[in-house]
Ligand binder design. Structure first.
Ligand SMILES: *[C@@H]1O[C@H](CO)[C@@H](O)[C@H](O)[C@H]1NC(C)=O
Ligand SMILES: *[C@@H]1O[C@H](CO)[C@@H](O)[C@H](O)[C@H]1NC(C)=O
Length: 308
């Protein structure tokens, strides 16, 4: 059977567009900023800083680079010690880590203000970053992140659901055991974790999960990730201190409907006065990969509203 010509053309163009997406990452630039922070940079417009979580790298935002790049110059960063960024000099508490990242961005942007977006551990980092450098930041967006210091108290034993959602906070923070059990088993752990925390079978897009698995299978890489959890208590104390002066920049709180969901709004109201947000439907914990169009749209609406 012959295909109608316009459909055939559509198929060819669609295939080209897909090839584009998969091979076009080089269209973004990779740079090493101050303190050895690796950044993927692209687009034109006001600056926008993207901070990913654990166990991920700057590539977590790959599927929203394109829509963001039309309006903003984005800097997607590997946090200190993760991906290709150097480890932090003074420990993994998020006050210190965010200071390192802020200095790297301020060195690159000079006096310019910027928008800040963090997912997961990137959200832990973004809050103390905004608290310490509020005058530099136009807006803050936090995506599905249990920012240290602001959890509801839990009763033991945890429900099965809560345990599935939070086990890594206990496990990753243990001394030595996580390294003993995960060395050489990074792929198994991460594949299980990505499947657990995504809504659809097969979890994350293959090219991204392979990137994460490779990055965290290098010697010491899992350890450096665990250090963020080992510093959680210190980070909590720092945050509770910062929160005595609530942020008054606009803050967007987004959660995956099958993960933290709109609970993100209450969490963020602990440390900010002007909070908007919502749950992203049909989505687990990995917002930018699971629902890139919806996330890009929500972010762009919010960023544009705060662009003066
Ligand atoms: C950073 O690390 C140093 C040394 O461990 C510590 O004294 C300090 O409280 C930490 N936080 C900040 C914001 O510097
Ligand atoms: C809160 O943020 C919104 C944008 O998200 C802005 O339009 C509004 O003016 C802000 N309100 C206050 C009281 O600052």
């Amino acid at each position: 059977m012959l295909l109608p010509i316009d459909f055939a053309i559509h198929v060819v163009f669609h295939a080209l567009a897909l090839a584009d997406v998969n091979t076009m990452i080089p269209k973004w630039q990779t740079r090493t900023l101050l303190h050895g922070i690796r950044a993927i940079v692209g687009g034109q417009g006001p600056p926008l800083v993207l901070v990913p979580g654990w166990p991920q790298t700057a590539e977590a935002f790959s599927d929203i680079f394109e829509p963001l790049s039309k309006h903003y110059q984005f800097f997607a960063l590997d946090p200190p010690g993760l991906g290709d960024s150097l480890p932090p000099a003074n420990g993994y508490d998020t006050a210190n880590v965010s200071k390192i990242m802020a200095e790297a961005i301020h060195d690159a942007l000079q006096e310019k203000q910027y928008h800040l977006v963090g997912h997961d551990v990137g959200g832990w980092i973004s809050y103390p970053w905004a608290a310490q450098y509020q005058s530099r930041i136009k807006s803050l967006s936090i995506l599905d992140a249990a920012v240290p210091g602001f959890q509801a108290p839990f009763q033991f034993p945890l429900s099965r659901q809560t345990n599935l959602r939070l086990w890594q906070f206990s496990f990753n923070a243990l001394p030595e055991l996580p390294e003993i059990l995960t060395t050489g088993r990074e792929r198994e752990l991460m594949t299980w974790f990505f499947n657990l925390k995504t809504v659809h079978p097969d979890g994350l897009p293959k090219d991204q999960s392979e990137r994460y698995i490779q990055a965290y299978s290098r010697p010491g890489a899992m350890s450096r990730g665990f250090e963020y959890y080992r510093a959680f208590e210190t980070s909590s104390k720092q945050n509770l201190e910062f929160a005595k002066t609530p942020l008054d920049i606009p803050v967007l709180a987004l959660g995956g409907a099958s993960s933290v969901g709109s609970g993100m709004i209450q969490l963020v109201q602990n440390f900010a006065t002007n909070v908007s947000g919502s749950a992203i439907d049909d989505c687990g914990h990995f917002l930018p990969e699971e629902q890139p169009s919806a996330v890009a749209q929500k972010l762009l609406e919010f960023l544009d509203a705060n662009q003066e």
